[in-house]
Design a protein around this ligand. Structure first.
Ligand code: PRP
Length: 219
């Protein structure tokens, strides 16, 4: 049956979007328009398969998907957890692997063991809150930052940070270490709940196509 309606994808800007487009190309879905680096266009289409793509700031991707402005989104698990939107998380895409950790100077390790009331700075206040309050049952003060979070313990703003660790070199270069691991992270595909009900076959077919491709690539 010929599709009449566009299936819209919201992709987290940057590396995640490039990796997603590469993955889609591997299963034969291309979007030439999007490769033109000079273009100022924000929305791109693949007419043949009736697909539409747009790039958004990572933390906004779950918002577009929850409200149905996008049927499908690709974003890091960190953002899925932090934003906690009503969306279905349907697939682990396996790239963008890293870890959410509590980090700080070695001297802060003890503060974590004795459940002291400490200061935690993070770009991910909800993840930090959930971890300390619900998992560790430790009362802490959470300070929201917007980036370069490693500065927190270095300049005396906080005792520890909750942040993403990929290679670990940012921590190392700044005399900090992983003190506790919260959870592993990677890129996830999320789906609008109504879209999933309205066009389950089309969306599930696409998810399966990607899943099978990832499995054969791994094997
Ligand atoms: C992220 C994260 C760490 C760093 C970890 O920051 O917040 O700072 O990458 O990577 P590594 O373990 O490989 O060193 P990002 O570059 O996104 O910038 P930000 O500090 O402004 O959030």
């Amino acid at each position: 049956m010929e599709e009449t309606r566009y299936l819209t994808f919201a992709l987290g800007k940057g590396r995640l979007a490039s990796r997603t487009l590469e993955l889609l190309e591997e299963i034969g879905i291309t979007c030439e328009e999007m490769k033109d680096k000079k273009s100022r266009k924000l929305v791109f289409v693949n007419e043949e398969r009736k697909l539409r793509f747009f790039l958004a700031k990572g933390p906004d991707v779950p918002t577009y998907v929850e409200y149905g402005a996008a049927d499908i989104g690709v974003v890091g698990k960190d953002t899925v957890l932090e934003e906690n939107r009503r969306v279905y998380e349907v697939l682990d895409l396996g790239f963008g692997k890293c870890r959410m950790c509590v980090c700080g100077p070695e001297s802060a390790r003890e503060l974590l063991m004795h459940h002291e009331r400490i200061r935690v700075s993070s770009k991910y206040p909800n993840i930090a809150k959930d971890y300390f309050y619900n998992k560790k049952h430790q009362t802490v003060d959470i300070i929201r930052l917007n980036g370069s979070v490693e500065l927190g313990p270095m300049v005396g703003l906080s005792d520890v940070i909750v942040d993403i660790v990929e290679t670990g070199s940012t921590l190392k270069e700044n005399g900090l270490a992983v003190l506790e691991e919260i959870c592993p992270l990677s890129a996830r595909m999320i789906v609008n709940q109504v879209s999933m009900q309205m066009q389950p076959e089309r969306i599930k077919k696409l998810i399966n196509e990607i899943r099978e491709h990832l499995e054969t690539r791994e094997a």
